[in-house]
Design a protein around this ligand. Structure first.
Ligand SMILES: Nc1ncnc2c1ncn2[C@@H]1O[C@H](COP(=O)(O)OP(=O)(O)OP(=O)(O)O)[C@@H](O)[C@H]1O
Ligand SMILES: [Mg+2]
Length: 218
């Protein structure tokens, strides 16, 4: 059995949403909030989070490879995830720390599934292969109008390989995220990300509070 152990003591929280929704902006504030509650927390991101996985991120986001095959993209996402999960996320959870991750497997369903049209069953097969039974305890979906999010992201930095896609691609990404959130309401909170940084932060704090004092991770 080479699948990851499900023996986790910390909580695993993921932040999801389209380009420019404010995921990275919210990580620091949410980290401070949790630490103020006495929680030992690791913050990280996908694709990436470890040296090997960050190198794979470089391949995935580089505009030097605009024509990557969707299967290659999918496998690289899960290759990075395998490294990240086994060397950073699971050791932290097993040591009792909480992990807050900027994007995780829901992003693969949204971007490679919804966006690129990869069959979700193929993504699910890789999810089981790489993660075994490991899933986030809570997923915070920052949802907002695609064009406004893209305008925010483009105001921030030069477009990466994904950000060069057409608006229709991101509309499919948004729809795939929302569909997943509706199909698994116990794990997701959908948050209106079009509001101020402070208003979004307040909702995120309320959502993570539901995880406190509720026993062990599964
Ligand atoms: N609530 C908000 N209102 C207005 N601007 C915001 C808000 N949240 C973030 N921004 C700004 O929008 C831009 C994108 O935010 P951020 O990088 O946090 O998004 P992201 O969800 O991490 O995007 P990506 O998916 O591209 O990583 C940044 O310039 C940030 O300062
Ligand atoms: Mg970001």
């Amino acid at each position: 059995m080479n699948q990851p152990s499900p023996k986790r003591r910390g909580r695993f929280i993921t932040l999801e949403g389209g380009e420019g929704a404010g995921k990275s902006t919210q990580v620091e504030g949410l980290k401070r909030f949790l630490e103020d509650q006495g929680i030992a927390l690791v913050t990280t991101r996908e694709p990436g989070g470890t040296p090997v996985a960050e190198a794979i991120r470089g391949l995935l986001l580089s505009r030097d490879h605009p024509a990557m095959h969707p299967d290659t993209e999918l496998l690289l996402m899960f290759a990075a995830r395998a490294e990240h999960l086994r060397t950073l996320i699971l050791p932290a959870l097993e040591a009792g720390r909480w992990v807050l991750c900027d994007r995780f497997t829901d992003a693969t369903y949204a971007y490679q599934g919804g966006g690129r049209g990869v069959d979700p069953a193929r993504i699910a097969a890789l999810e089981v292969w790489v993660q075994g039974p490991v899933r986030p305890d809570l997923t915070l979906l920052l949802d907002m109008d695609v064009k406004t999010g893209l305008a925010r992201a483009r105001g921030r930095s030069e477009a990466d390989r994904f950000e060069q896609e057409a608006v229709e691609f991101f509309e499919r990404v948004r729809e795939a995220y929302l569909e997943r959130a509706r199909s698994e309401p116990a794990r997701y909170r959908i948050i209106d990300a079009s509001r101020s940084v402070e208003a979004v932060a307040g909702d995120l704090q309320q959502a993570v509070s539901s995880l406190m004092g509720t026993g062990q991770g599964t």
